[in-house]
Every structure is written in C-alpha cells, then in structure tokens.
Design a protein around this ligand. Sequence first.
Ligand code: NDP
Length: 328
Amino acid sequence: NRQILLVEKPTGKLGPEHFRLVSGAIPELKDGEALVRTRLISLDAANRAWMHGATYRAAVEANTVMAGGGIAEVVTSKDPALKPGDLVFGDTGWQDYAAVPAKHLAKVPKLEPMTHLLSVFGIAGLTAYFGLLHVGKPKEGETVVVSAAAGSVGSIVGQIAKLKGCRVVGIAGGKDKCDWLTSELGFDAAVDYKDGATYKALRAAAPKGIDVYFDNVGGDILEACLAQMNNRGRIACCGAISQYDGVPSAHGPRGVPGLIVVKRLVMQGFIVMDYMDQRDAALAELQGWVASGKLKVQEDVIDGIENTPQALIGLLAGENRGKRMVKV
Ligand code: NDP
C-alpha cells in the first residue's frame, strides 16, 4: 500500500521535503467500513489550507497519510450500503488503499470519463454552480468577475455566468491563461494579475463596474475588486488561495467595512457541502450544459501517485488549467 505522508507541516512555502512516500500495510476492516482502492486523487488548493489548522474539517497533522478527496473503488465492505465494485467519492487520503467508514463515502455513478466525477460533476462543478447562482445571484446583463479564473472552479464559474447572459471577466496569472479564457471559454475579457496594474486593467475590462465578484483568492485582488463594486453588488467568498501557501500578506484588503457599507454590498462565504440536498438538480443542469457543448470541461490529469506532492506544489504555483488530479 503506497502512502504519501505529510512528514512536517510547512511554515513557509510547501515543498517536496514536506512529504515522504512509504509502503504501508493494507488496513484491516472494522464493522461499518469499506476497503477502497484509490483511482483518482483530487488536488485542491484546500489541501494546503488544511495544514494551517482546523477549518470546516480537522487540520492535517504531521506524520500521517496526507488527507485528500478522491474517487475509489470498493474492494470489500463491512457495511450493507456498499458492495465490491461500487465507485465512491470520499477522503481516501494519498494512498492506494484506505479503510473508510461507509457513511463518509458517497456512491457515484460509473460514467465516462471517470475524471468528470472530480471536475464538472464533482466538488469543483458544484462549488462553481452553488457559489455563483445561490450566493452571487447574477442577473442578465450584469458584470461578473471571477479570480483563479483558469482553475477548476473559476473556469466553470465564468462559463455559467456567460450562460446566464452576463459580461464575464476572468482574473488569471499569465497571458496564455488569459488568452485561453477569452478565445476558448468565451469570457468577454481577462486580466493578467501577474502583469502589475491589476486595478487599472480591471477598470478597463469592467467599465460599468462589478456586480458580482466570485472570490477564489482574497488579498490584493479582493481589494482591487472591492473598490470597483457597484452598489448592491455581491461578493461570493469561495476561498483565499493567495493566503494559503507561505506567510500571508501583512494587511487584509483595505475598504472593509467602509466600502461594504456605502455600496450596500453583500459579502458571503459558503461551503459547497451545505448545498448537498440540492445536488441532484444541480448535476442534472450541469450534465445538460456539458452534453450540449455549452460548458467546456478542462482537466489536467497527472499520472502516478508518486507525483502527487509535486502536483499540489505546482497547483499552488498556478501550473494547472482546469481541474488537476492524479491517476493512481
Ligand atoms: P484551482 O484549480 O483554481 O487552482 C488554483 C489556482 O489559483 C492556480 O491555478 C493559480 O492560477 C491560482 N493562484 C495561486 N496562487 C494565487 C495567488 N497568490 N493569487 C491569485 N491566484 C493564485 O484550485 P481549486 O479549484 O482547488 O481552488 C479554487 C478555489 O476554490 C480555492 O480558493 C479553494 O479554496 C476554493 N474552494 C472552495 C470550496 C468551498 O466550498 N467554498 C470548495 C472547493 C474549492 P494562476 O495562474 O491564475 O495564479
């Protein structure tokens, strides 16, 4: 059972030295558990955030198998809800085999390609869907801005906003990603935040101001968007990736709460898990958009469990386009 341990919690930037590949035993099953074999490991910005401490889940600790979501196949089961061959989503951790309580595993359909279960029909797609439509609440003709726009959540947010008739501006790192957003995904404009003058470029890309900002990054980009929000605008706080890896910036965004008050803004955080009772309806709509070609799915699949640490380090550095995952 190949396992990747987090051997030390990073104090600065995450590096390969924080992980070690070991060979462990295949775990014994207790009642109520299933033994699963990991097929795909999801790489998430949140993997890094969990190293800071408890959030909506417990912190990951040093010298344990690195936590992470994935798609796995049931090998044996001591719970009547699951049988061998079932496909599930759950926190398998970065390892070949895991014993997981069946109540923490969600059965998923066997669809092709399987990778879509982690991207558009997984957490990424649902986060984009609920965060944009239920928190951001865009109306036709409004301007929607999304950060980490070429990433797994952001690339779907922008496309759904286009389907809803909005003007869509993506913020991403580098010219190539920005060109891809406008030429392939149909964004109206893109801003390269690594090019320096983000505030000015955003002003040009969203000349009528911002009605909905879908925030994946926090920090300086949030500050630039806050200043350009229209009255009664909505900020959907999805994540703060600029604060996850290494020492966060010394000050938070300026303009809080002053700009929130005078512009009557709503700034709301959300966790995708809160919307699981509406999951089936959301998936049906996402499936329709994918089938009709209205929603393009971008995936970045890396081979080999041994490459998982580098895949996460690279995700934090912006190597990925769309949903990054490792095929075990
Ligand atoms: P992505 O696929 O979006 O990849 C992360 C991207 O973030 C990178 O590709 C990089 O692209 C960008 N990035 C990295 N550092 C910075 C920085 N300092 N400033 C701006 N952009 C940066 O990853 P995820 O889909 O895993 O995560 C996207 C966001 O969604 C995260 O904030 C995550 O926490 C959040 N999330 C929230 C959920 C919820 O329920 N609230 C559920 C799932 C995810 P670039 O080249 O553009 O810099």
